[in-house]
Design a protein around this ligand. Structure first.
Ligand code: DAH
Length: 339
């Protein structure tokens, strides 16, 4: 290669060094040109074929190529290193404002369950659990629900198999506890329930209940009223009123439903309480002796009360939520209000 040819190649090599995008690309350029089996040693080998004058001139340009390329590579390498240093720890600026990170918060349903659980713990209750997938026996039969009862129908209940359903209530946890534990018993069982309901402002195909069961030698409706009223005041505040109405459930006798006065309007009537001033919270009653029979507890020796409260109902009046669907859509703007 003569001097002119080497000068052309030199320009090419310098351009490659300038164009390298990062340190790795730069190193590749160095190896390509200056490496032991690179372009420059190959050029040097061709010089021997030139006449002495031309060889001297070509040797000079080849040397320039080596020196200028080395300088260009070194400069660019330094520039890359400086850029890395700027973004690393040595460039830490303690005066910059901190980075804001959005904090999550507990879902209103979880908040209600945790608060209710804490209140019942102070009243001597412990927490029992059961699976979402239940047997027909635990969910219906042992709870004295007749074969013909409409709630057993596949249009009301999700069946997985003939004898396997998604529980429609937390009441089957009562059965599980009484089959495994001797009285006295004092448990609550918060959990998720499933029904084939069409979703609207107050219904959802899955929802939560807190079951309660108290079994002892002497238990009366007065105990139920006293305990529920105490819970209501702890949960909603001292001004809440509780109203008991006669009702029917197969697993309690007598049975009641109870309402809390609406926390949103203070009982005057609003959208959340459908202008009645009251919100239906729970079914309850004294444990039916037929249920005791199913689980082998002597109904002559033991009595009990039970209740099953709607968690969504409590959440709605506690937080003033008008539509149950808000609780399930997981809109972050909605949930952020309950942090
Ligand atoms: N399981 C009933 C329901 O979902 C609520 C209920 C009523 C639970 C009376 C009870 C009870 O424990 O005693 O409608």
């Amino acid at each position: 290669m003569n001097a002119t040819e080497i000068a052309t190649v030199k320009a090419e090599a310098l351009a490659e060094a300038q164009g390298a995008a990062d340190a790795a690309a730069l190193e590749a350029v160095r190896i390509k040109w200056l490496g032991r089996s690179g372009q420059l040693p190959a050029i040097m080998k061709t010089l021997g074929t030139l006449v002495p004058d031309e060889r001297r001139e070509a040797g000079r340009v080849a040397n320039e190529l080596k020196n200028e390329l080395t300088t260009a590579l070194d400069e660019r390498k330094a520039a890359f290193e400086a850029a890395t240093a700027r973004t690393s720890a040595s460039a830490f600026d303690a005066t910059l404002p901190g980075r804001w990170r959005a904090l999550g918060s507990l879902h209103p349903i979880t908040q209600v369950i945790e608060r209710a659980t804490a209140i019942f713990r102070t009243m001597g209750f412990t927490v029992a659990t059961g699976p979402d997938i239940e047997t027909v026996f635990n969910n219906f039969t042992a709870l004295n629900t007749p074969e013909s009862h409409p709630s057993r129908s596949p249009s009301d209940t999700f069946y997985l198999k003939d004898d396997q359903i998604l529980r429609t209530q937390t009441s089957p946890v009562q059965i599980r506890v009484m089959l495994n534990q001797k009285p006295p018993i004092r448990i609550i069982a918060p959990g998720r329930c499933y029904r084939r309901d069409t979703t609207d402002a107050t219904h959802s195909a899955n929802f939560h209940q807190i079951e309660g069961l108290y079994v002892d030698r002497q238990v009366s409706l007065a105990d139920l009223k006293g305990d529920v009223s105490h819970f209501a005041k702890q949960m909603m505040g001292p001004d809440v009123k509780v109203r008991f109405r006669p009702h029917f459930f197969p697993f309690t006798e007598p049975s009641v439903e109870y309402d809390f006065s609406c926390h949103v309007c203070g009982g005057k009537g609003c959208r959340v309480c459908k202008h009645s001033g009251w919100i239906e919270i729970s079914g309850a009653g004294l444990v039916n002796p037929r249920v005791f029979e199913q689980v082998g507890i002597d109904a002559n020796a033991w009595q009990g009360y039970a209740f099953g409260m709607g968690v969504e109902r409590i959440a709605m009046i506690l937080f003033g939520i008008g539509d149950i669907r808000n609780l399930y859509e997981n809109d972050a703007r909605f949930l952020a209000q309950f942090g």
